[in-house]
Design a protein around this ligand. Structure first.
Ligand code: UT7
Length: 329
């Protein structure tokens, strides 16, 4: 069986910064509340001319350059996103056109877990022998779906994209994977309208149902339970324990979630990657953005073991254990 390994990494953050002070002018909140409750100081906003596919394409170009391959070498593109440019065509098709690829392209939609699901698709395609070079992107412009009059959600989200090139090889780079979904809890975090269940209408707009609605406390409790469980299952599938981990890279949603899962897993806080202060919650982009920051910061070396773990609407969750095989950039 062929093994999947990560051969390229890239990411992209839009230029515009939205600070906590900017938000203070928009809703009844404070820098102090946001930092204390979430750890977030600022986040990025996509330019009005930028859609999710633009963020994704830039991250993809950087990952392809890092892997020293061309778009024509790709067998498959999987874009994890829950803020597609349009209902159809898929964002992956739009990314393919932007980077100049003609291979099969599809979206994986699992909210903030989308990148982990997309990486699972890529790994399965490689291990089955149906693909040898796959581009996996996590990209979201969730601020387009945020209600900037709702202080409970508008302080959390930011825009961005990250990408991996995953290639077939003799050496295993992607080890154990654990994925799950509990659709009975769909109403905990959702965008109620503008899909087939509730098409856009004047009533929808009047009730602001086109925006993200979230029961924050329920998502918090779910995250701090499911992350340790899922990471432990993925580690067991890899024949490993938390002792083997060099880095834990959780989806960046709230610094208090990161601290709690570190304690519950018994992983030192300095081994739990965090860039939430400057990115906010970038949804599907947060894990590849984090990995690119670790890699660019020369914190990943051949043999490093990293647990990537996502959670989000669905409710969904997923963990992937990665053995790093690239030299530091
Ligand atoms: O990708 C997955 C997406 N989501 C998540 O991971 C979210 C997980 N949940 C969380 O991160 C936290 O639940 C939040 C950050 C969303 C909220 O923090 P919390 O500590 O759970 O606050 P809370 O909802 O219990 O609200 C406490 C108080 C409330 O006021 P009262 O009722 O005590 O008077 C809120 O109205 O804080 C108030 N509040 C705010 N105050 C100032 C809520 N949002 C804000 C705000 N600024 N932005």
């Amino acid at each position: 069986m062929a093994h999947a390994r990560i051969t390229g990494v890239g990411s992209y953050l839009p230029e515009t910064i939205l600070s906590n002070e900017d938000l203070e002018a928009m809703v009844e909140t404070s820098h102090e509340w946001i930092v204390t409750r979430t750890g977030i100081r600022e986040r990025r906003l996509a330019h009005p001319d930028e859609a999710t596919s633009d963020l994704a394409a830039e991250a993809a170009r950087r990952a392809l350059a890092d892997a020293s391959i061309t778009p024509g070498d790709l067998d498959l593109i999987v874009v994890g996103t829950s803020s597609p440019d349009k209902i159809f065509p898929s964002t992956a098709c739009l990314v393919a056109a932007k980077i100049g690829a003609r291979c099969p392209a599809l979206d994986a939609m699992a909210a903030c877990t989308s990148f982990v699901y997309a990486l699972h698709h890529a790994t399965s395609a490689i291990e089955s022998g149906r693909a040898a070079r796959v581009l996996v992107v996590g990209a979201d412009a969730l601020t387009r779906h945020v209600d900037f009059t709702d202080r409970a959600t508008c302080v959390l989200f930011g825009d961005g994209a990250g990408a991996f090139v995953v290639e077939a090889g003799d050496e295993p780079g992607v080890l154990g994977i654990d994925l799950g979904a509990d659709g009975t809890r769909a109403d905990v975090l959702e965008i109620p309208a503008c899909g087939s269940a509730m098409p856009a209408s004047e009533e929808v707009l009047a009730n602001r149902l086109q925006f993200i609605k979230m029961n924050g406390q329920e998502v918090f409790k779910f995250a701090v339970r499911v992350i340790p469980e899922s990471v432990r299952r993925a580690l067991a599938a890899s024949g490993m324990t938390t002792e083997d981990l060099d880095w834990l890279v959780p989806h960046q949603a709230n610094q208090r979630i990161l601290d709690t899962v570190a304690d519950r897993l018994g992983v030192a806080h300095e081994r739990v990657f965090s860039n939430i202060a400057t990115t906010g919650n970038t949804s599907a982009a947060s894990i590849p953005l984090a990995v690119d920051a670790l890699y660019t910061g020369r914190n990943l070396h051949p043999g490093s073991v990293v647990a990537l773990v996502g959670f989000g609407a669905g409710l969904t969750w997923g963990s992937v254990i990665v053995r790093w095989t690239k030299e530091a950039r």
